[in-house]
Ligand binder design. Sequence first.
Ligand SMILES: [Zn+2]
Length: 316
Amino acid sequence: MNPDLRSKGLLAVKIFIPAALLLFVFLSSPTWSRSEGMGAAARDGDLTVSLQPRSPLQGQAVVISIRCRKSSVSPRQLRLLGKTYRTAAVGKGEYKAVCAVPLNAPLGAQPLEIVLADRRTVTRTLTVRKGDYGEEHLRLPAEMANPTSPAHLKQIKNDRRRLRRAYGSSAALIRFSHPFTMPLSSTIITPFGRRRYLNDIPKSPHGGIDLRGKTGTPVPAAAGGRVAFSGRLYYSGNAVIIDHGLDIFSLYLHLNSIAVAVGEQVKQGQIIGTVGSTGRVTGPHLHWGIKVNGIFVDPLEFIKESRLLLQPVGEE
Ligand SMILES: [Zn+2]
């Protein structure tokens, strides 16, 4: 071969291979926010992000596990579908978080943004799948279904204020050390997510599961935490809400009696009250719900997700 041609060929290889490598690195790297530019971006290897599941159903929570090799890329907060989420440090350079997909979330690819300590943003993609939970029609006395009396409306307004305060009390840490368990091992009367019609008027979908139970049956806490609310509400009757950290709350509604006070630390299995029929109900049962950062998620799925949240980063 002509030596001149060979050196030209070598030059082409010398340019082509690094260019192809650069293109590969660019395509396989996380999406950096445009405003921050590409130049100073950390390499993908500095940050490992795992999402479980990657394709959640509407009404499901997603557990995010993050490992970072530099403090500059440690996660500060996460953003999904207009909500901001806290992250909990669980080890050196290891973080966990839980995000929620609302029942009415748009389907398909949704960006999950991770805001880093150096203010850059890394994006991963979740694919939201349709959650089909069915519908049901209920009949209730008119004033119970749609309260109009000033006293009831005043109470409902006051309830909202008390609940806002309760839900604002969480912190960037995991308050439980064992996966969630069902508070009662009885039949599910009404599953999560059912679209409900009260006297033919559409209402918000069922935010939890209704478990069969006789009045007076003791109700244990599904996991350890701190009591964020304990008291009587217009719709929910006697209610206990436990804060499990990371804006995860479990709700126990329509109780006959309450056994815990706000601020109390509860252990998994500790009796928080008894089954009843207080509030807007047609009979005694336990309504058990899980709320993540203001969004109701399927409690049965959350039992599995709570296990993932407790697993060491990298072993999901
Ligand atoms: Zn219910």
